[in-house]
Structures are given as C-alpha cells and as structure tokens.
Write a protein that binds this ligand. Sequence first.
Ligand code: FES
Ligand code: FES
Length: 152
Amino acid sequence: MALSLTINGTTHNVDVEPETPLLWVIRDEVGLTGTKYGCGAARCGSCTVHVDGQPAKSCQLQAASVVGKKITTIEGLSPDGNHPVQVAWREVGVPQCGYCQSGQIMSAAALLARTRNPSENEIEQAMSDNLCRCGTYLRIKAGIRRAAQLGV
Ligand code: FES
Ligand code: FES
C-alpha cells in the first residue's frame, strides 16, 4: 500500500503494509537508523520519536496511523546536532554504550518543549518509559537540568 509520511520535514512515499510499525518504515524504508529497536513491546523507549511534537514509541505505531502527522526522529531534532539537549548531553557526557540515547534525547526534548524548567518529579515521570541498560540515569537527569539552563 502506498503511504505518504512526513518525516523530518520531508515527504516520503513508501510502499508498506498499513500496519507496518513506524519504526521499520523509518529505519528500513527511509534509511534513518538513529531510532533504535529495543523491545518491540512499548517497554524500553529506545524507539522514541516525536509525532506532532509528542513523544511516541515508533515500534507501537502503525504506519497508516501517522499519515498526515509530523514525525521527527533524532536526525531531525536539529539541523546541526546542536539542539540544547544534544549540547547538554555532550557537556555532561551522558551516554555509555549509546544504544538507548536517541530515545532518551527525544523524550527529554519533548519534556523540555512542554515544561521549560521541569522538577525532579516531572523529569522522573517523563523519562520513566526510557530504559538504559548501562544505568546512565543520573547523567540523563543532569543532562536535562543542563539543557533547561541552556534553554530549549
Ligand atoms: S523498541 Fe519500542 S519501546 Fe522498546
Ligand atoms: S547508554 Fe547503554 S543502554 Fe543506555
């Protein structure tokens, strides 16, 4: 089935089954591999993208359900990798292996877009669906606090 999806401001015409998870369209059809597969079951957050500005687990979204919506992946978060969350992540040195980090950054960016200076509780709630096998949670929080200082 031909579907037209808007990803990072570009229209992509893809030929996939309507129920194909958005994650696989992004990775296999469009070739953007920054969005990662972790669990495939809405439990880890590594596949997080923005859909109309809201964080969403792309492994759980059927491609047909996001036609007409604005999809943003880690590659489209900023033109040059200098979104305040990305700058803060580098300053703090958040990642360890890095596998979960695009999902972490997308969730953090969505949080800061709706709450400029989140409380510890708001950070914990917003990030609770994003797991990190390397245990970088304290640095993730520090990165979010630094990004809030930089201003999103
Ligand atoms: S791969 Fe989507 S939540 Fe884990
Ligand atoms: S940095 Fe390795 S899983 Fe999070």
